[in-house]
Design a protein around this ligand. Sequence first.
Ligand code: LHQ
Length: 268
Amino acid sequence: MPKRPEMQNTTVLYAVRDGYAEITLNRPEALNAFTGDMHAGLRDALERALAEDARAILITGAGRGFCAGQDLTERTLPEPGEKSDLRVFLRERYNPLIKRMRELPLPIVVAVNGVAAGAGMGVALAGDLVLAARSAKFIQAFIKIGLVPDAGSSYWLPRLVGPVRARVLAMTGEPLAAEDAAAWGLIWKCLDDEKLMPEARALAARLAASPTAAQGLTKQLLNASLDNSLTAQLDLERDTQFMAGHTTDYIEGIKAFREKRPPKFEGK
Ligand code: LHQ
């Protein structure tokens, strides 16, 4: 049954572009802070991209922010004597979202157009190729409200920037400028603001035209590498290459090389 207009979830926008799905967090009045609706919208958009055979995903934010983390006005605070159970947000929303982004067999480009704070920073870091506008900032805002890093931040930070810088970010909650984030290896690139979306879109289109089955396998390999021994990783490379060798894109890649022409990959 078609949804009544007032029931439509407008907190996440979905558009199909050159072979990829562009997903825009769309609560600009609150710097795209996460409500339950926005979580559902993002989750649905990721699954839709997969179901509709998009070959890459681009995630960005509407307005001047990328995402300010959990919407702090969504729930009432506990009355004196009551205790809130924040685990429910993580169990039902953030943890499945972050895992899905990492496991989705499609390359995810994140264009961080403005501030990425709290869980919004975790969502940005869960992308595969993260670009940011020069004016964007990354903030481990949790400590400012008496909370701890979540949405994967405590996993990524020590691995991406090392334990010393991870502690500074998590324990001070001070903003990190996009340029420093790139220099620290937290994100891939910092771009002048007006270049962010053209470059992110060109990158997403390029990935969408690439051998996307191998991209999914590459993502799986690199995810596993963070926790694997060398032996386990070599074994996994062997098994993953076996699978890549069964794709038609592999045949096409070799043929195109031999015929000295650009390959035409289909993601199969
Ligand atoms: C917001 C928000 C926001 C609602 C800006 N909510 N409205 C997991 C489990 C369970 C519970 C709790 O959380 C979590 C994970 C988390 O993400 S915890 C961390 C939550 N996020 C924050 O603590 C960040 C709060 N926001 C800020 O510190 C600032 O807004 C930043 C530094 C992000 C941006 O500062 P400004 O550029 O100065 O913008 P602003 O503060 O003026 O915000 C613009 C508007 O957005 C404003 O609304 P208004 O009606 O006054 O214009 C803010 O109230 C609203 N907004 N963040 N998280």
